[in-house]
Design a protein around this ligand. Structure first.
Ligand SMILES: Cc1ncc(COP(=O)(O)O)c(C=O)c1O
Length: 393
């Protein structure tokens, strides 16, 4: 049979090259050599979904009425639960009919929102380093132009809004912001959010506030919602990190009803929603919240991550690698040690001793010179990783 020649759409060609191939190869080689790799690369919680949520899911999946197609916008009781959560968590009143919509995890919403609002050539402000979906899955796959906002250590990993080229202002359609931030672990003060919101409103665009780490905060820090500043914007969140439910694919978009409506229009043509039984189980989780404080189940998780964070960061500092403790997220973002020249090369060195972390360049060009640790291994493994790292630096 003669094989037909397929050609990708031009937009596929605009996606960046897959830079992790060399790392994947090295990992496979080390595995073949019998080295047990300590995986501190991927931001997927090793802690498990709370038992009461899993039990609820089992009960709900047995019910025939929960076994049919869901609605793309999410079940009424799920949207009401999200709305209740915004009330107790942030003091906001959201109309579950118009201002909340279900997502198959935050990632899907981040990408699909661009389909509803970005025309070819439109500008989308994207933080860099940042979650790659803003630039790629969202903007480039909609033929938009990502405008890079560098997040630098000097500016506490907040974008310098005054530095944005005035010539692009009229073409900006939306701006992605994400605090608590992946990969930097940075948080945004309320004054910054106010400034960003004013800037967006003055220039006629909206903010897509990606907030999946809103509950992943240490000490007494309580992360805000962009909707507390202005309901002109839209916020995306999910239970992936909140309740260790990355595999369940359940999240939401909330805020400005026109934006929510745009997202619904797109999604209703693409997906048929998330399983009803998952949404019902998630309601149980969200209803644990009775105030802005994290419920016990989330606090317990954060205590575990806090201990891991302290052991890792203290350990790195003890060996002379200057590293700061994040106030939020389960990531430790740090410049490569003195004397090292390139984050990718440094990561390869660590894989050689069986420790896998992520090179900063994986989050964009402004991530170069940094690496990211994910605190997704138990303490013994983190200690073992420190032991191995000490042999390299
Ligand atoms: C910044 C950021 N946004 C969004 C997501 C997507 O999460 P999910 O699709 O599981 O809700 C992640 C996941 O790691 C993330 O780090």
């Amino acid at each position: 049979m003669l094989r037909i020649k397929v050609t990708y759409a031009d937009r596929i060609g605009r996606l960046p090259k897959y830079i992790f191939a060399a790392i994947e190869e090295l990992k496979a080689e080390k595995k073949r050599e019998g080295i047990d790799l300590i995986l501190l690369g991927i931001g997927d919680p090793d802690l498990t979904t709370p038992e009461f949520i899993v039990n609820e899911l089992i009960e709900q999946v047995k019910r025939p009425e929960n076994q049919n197609y869901p609605t793309s916008m999410g079940e009424q009781d799920f949207r009401e639960a999200v709305s209740r959560w915004y009330k107790v968590r942030f003091g906001l009143d959201l109309d579950s009919g118009k201002e909340v919509t279900h997502l198959l995890g935050g990632k899907e919403g981040i990408a699909n929102i661009a389909r509803a609002f970005v025309n070819p050539g439109d500008v989308v402000l994207c933080p860099n380093p940042g979650y790659p979906v803003y630039e790629n899955g969202a903007t480039k796959l909609c033929d938009g132009n990502p405008y890079i906002m560098p997040l630098t250590k000097e500016n506490e990993f907040l974008p310098d809004l005054d530095a944005i080229d005035k010539r692009v202002l009229k073409r900006i359609k939306m701006m992605y912001l994400n605090y608590p931030n992946n990969p930097t672990g940075a948080i945004a003060p309320m004054e910054f959010l106010k400034k960003a919101s004013d800037f967006a409103e003055d220039n006629g665009f909206f903010i897509v506030y990606d907030n999946p780490y809103s509950e992943f905060t240490f000490d007494d820090y309580i992360a805000p919602s962009i909707l507390q500043v202005s309901e002109n914007h839209v916020e995306i969140n999910s239970v992936s990190k909140m309740f260790n439910m990355t595999g369940f694919r359940c999240g939401w978009a909330a805020g400005n009803s026109d934006i929510v409506e745009g997202l619904r229009k797109v999604k209703s043509q693409i997906d048929s929603g998330g399983s009803i039984f998952i949404q019902k189980a998630v309601i149980k989780g969200l209803d644990q919240y009775t105030s802005e404080k994290k419920p016990e189940i989330v606090q317990k998780n954060m205590k575990i991550y806090e201990e891991r964070r302290d052991i890792l960061v203290n350990g790195l500092n003890d060996m002379g690698w200057k590293t700061e403790k994040p106030v939020a997220t389960f990531y430790v973002w740090t410049p490569i040690p003195e004397g090292e020249k390139d984050d990718m090369e440094f990561v390869k060195k660590l894989i050689n001793v069986g420790v896998v972390i992520t090179p900063g360049v994986g989050f964009g060009e402004h991530g170069k010179g940094f690496v990211r640790f994910a605190l997704t291994q138990p303490i013994e493994k983190i200690k073992e990783a420190l032991e191995r790292i000490s042999k390299v630096i």
